[in-house]
Design a protein around this ligand. Structure first.
Ligand SMILES: [Fe+2]
Ligand SMILES: [Fe+2]
Length: 261
């Protein structure tokens, strides 16, 4: 796979000599597609996304996480993560079917919230197993997807255990954005709301040549001081660093044009 130039950024390029400017860029509006090769080898993300159980459980999981004050965990988050996970592996030159499985695992990673927030990685893996088996997935593939779903949360002891799991972690933890905040009253924001609301853009850049995966964030420090970002995201960034290492890459965090990790 050849190196591509960075996609143009809204608002112009930010200067940053620390990170390879030829890296591939992913942001939420970028949509990757299933290649024909991955379709020939088995069911695709489109098949999973169309399943009525998947639609219902993700919608319900989103309502239930909303009821306990969490940020958006519905189809927007599922699609953003699926696209990001596929983008990361594809940018690193992984085969088409593995990229598709990463997208599927990322799409389903939070489905366990339909049961309860606690241990939602593990419940999600079991829910996904039955659905994917019904949809005709090979059990080798199901096993890989289950492991990726069950290992996506640092608070539940999760860590990268496969390339697909690493891609899911990086895509999930990179989805920090004001559009995820559901609390209608800014005066009642908790630290998670404040940090997400302060994030006006989040992009993943992958440089295969430099072997680097970078998260670029723009944070409105009037809304949330950077310290608050680190207060809740430090453990997630450590998880991301380990996930990048699993993919033989370094991890970089760039906030407001300054490289912090
Ligand atoms: Fe989760
Ligand atoms: Fe998530």
């Amino acid at each position: 796979m050849s190196e591509a130039a960075s996609a143009p950024r809204p608002g112009g390029e930010r200067p940053d000599a620390a990170v390879d400017t030829r890296a591939k860029v992913h942001r939420t509006e970028t949509k990757t597609k299933t290649p024909a090769e991955a379709k020939r080898q088995g069911p695709t993300l489109d098949v999973v996304r169309a399943d009525h159980r998947v639609k219902t459980f993700i919608r319900s999981a989103n309502q239930q996480t909303g009821a306990i004050g969490y940020t958006e965990h519905g189809e927007r988050h599922a699609n953003t993560c699926a696209d990001g996970a596929r983008f990361i592996l594809r940018s690193l030159g992984h085969e088409a079917r593995r990229c598709e499985l990463a997208a599927i695992a990322a799409y389903l990673h939070d489905i366990g919230n339909v049961v309860t927030r606690e241990k939602h990685g593990q419940t999600g893996a079991l829910i996904a197993k039955d659905i994917l088996a019904d949809l005709g997935f090979d059990y080798e593939e199901i096993a890989t997807v289950m492991g990726a779903i069950a290992n996506h949360e640092e608070e539940e002891g999760g860590t990268a255990i496969s390339a697909i799991s690493a891609a899911v972690i990086l895509a999930d933890k990179s989805d920090v954005h004001r559009s995820r905040v559901r609390n209608p009253k800014s005066t009642a924001f908790d630290i998670h709301d404040r940090v997400n609301y302060a994030a006006t853009s989040a992009e993943i850049k992958v440089s295969r040549k430099e072997k680097q995966i970078a998260l670029y964030l723009t944070i409105d420090t009037e809304t949330a001081p950077l310290m608050e970002y680190f207060e809740i995201f430090l453990s997630r960034m450590i998880l991301c660093r380990r996930a990048a290492e699993f993919l033989h890459c370094t991890f970089a965090l760039v906030i407001n044009d300054t490289r912090l990790l």
